[in-house]
Design a binder for this molecule. Sequence first.
Ligand code: NAD
Length: 425
Amino acid sequence: MAYIEPAPIKDKENPLESMMERFNIAAEKLGLSDEVYNVLKNPAKQVIVSLPITMDNGKIQVFEGIRVIHSNILGPAKGGIRFAPDVHIDEVRALAAWMTWKCAVVDIPYGGGKGGVRCNPREMSKGEIERLMRAYTLAMIDVFGPDKDIPAPDMGTGPKEMAWLMDEYSKAHGMTVNSVVTGKPLVLGGSLGRTEATGRGVMVSALAAMQKLKINPFQATCAVQGFGNVGSWAARLLEERGLKIVAISDISGAYHNKHGINIVEAIEYRESNNGTLEGFEGAELMDDPMDLLLLDVDVLVPAAVEDVITSHNVDKIKAKLIVEGANGPTSAKADAVINEKGIMAVPDILANAGGVTVSYFEWVQNRLGYKWTADRVNRRSDRIMKDAFDHVYSASKKYDVPMRIAAYIVAIEKVAMTYTYRGGY
Ligand code: NAD
């Protein structure tokens, strides 16, 4: 079997390449036929458009817009739109595949997609960004759709951009269609509970794993790398469930307090301090922020950026459990050492899927024309996350593989089986 797509392969520790390495191992374990392998390797649809935009200085600038639907076997494609200067079709293709596996592992009825526009939103005015978002939407009017492809925010985009997308799509269809996109402002049909959803899923995954490892949350310590949306919510919810959070970090540095950090205070401090922990006095600043990953804790939550646990530091990791809040924090080369050391790693496609789960709930609510309470959203997403964890754990026992490979096995098996039932030409 020679699975080579999607392939933004630049170096050995590339997180997308790491994802493909794990995919390959899982496909081998499953004994996937070459035919199905080939179906899964090719993205279902790839669209590239040119978007001429009149900039504030009156000049016309042409931007490249991309949308890739990797798979629509389980249902409409789901995936974010990123606005970034280095957006490239290879990367978008791989990220779309990643979404296919993430949706499949938590058993929500979506395929995988991803989109991007090559631009630098930091150097653009609000008006320029709005015109670009609207032009991109119109160019993709036949690609997007509540039953075809449902975008969401990603790097460089947020609720504002999703509101413009919804408005442009709705205008073109002569009616309000809020289920075409998720991550919208609440007033436009966004879901309660979305902000904390990913951190909450990390918490549910961590507790489920601790139960298997027989770690008592009330006697457990935890370090969290990254104190943005995912990291700070995960830290807060884990603290509420009894864990002692002894270290947190953000781009300003890592902060350590062996007696435990008061996470609510840390969040309040960040809010009053331009969004950063710089100068936080509830803990000591560590000399090297990367040393947070090497602390002697029970639970480690990397929730910042990709590729932080690599062949260079994995042998020094002391945590018993790693729960991946970020996408791709562990390189494929580090996997073997993690397994040798007997560390359980709950992989990103499972641990951080709480976000896409509540995005799915947003779509469900929009289609129902109804709004759920935050409590209902939380209960349902907790159940989906716990069921997904149990399913992956069982697969890890059945196939005698680590949780990461088991998650890919669960995802690939689901997509492959659905494809086989649906059939081809
Ligand atoms: P965010 O921008 O809100 O927060 C990122 C945090 O990481 C910030 O505190 C930042 O200061 C910190 N950070 C950046 N570089 C760092 C470094 N080198 N060391 C330590 N801290 C660093 O982003 P987020 O939404 O919390 O996303 C974090 C990760 O989770 C990303 O990998 C993202 O792709 C992934 N993720 C997010 C969601 C979601 O719903 N937000 C869903 C799935 C996956």
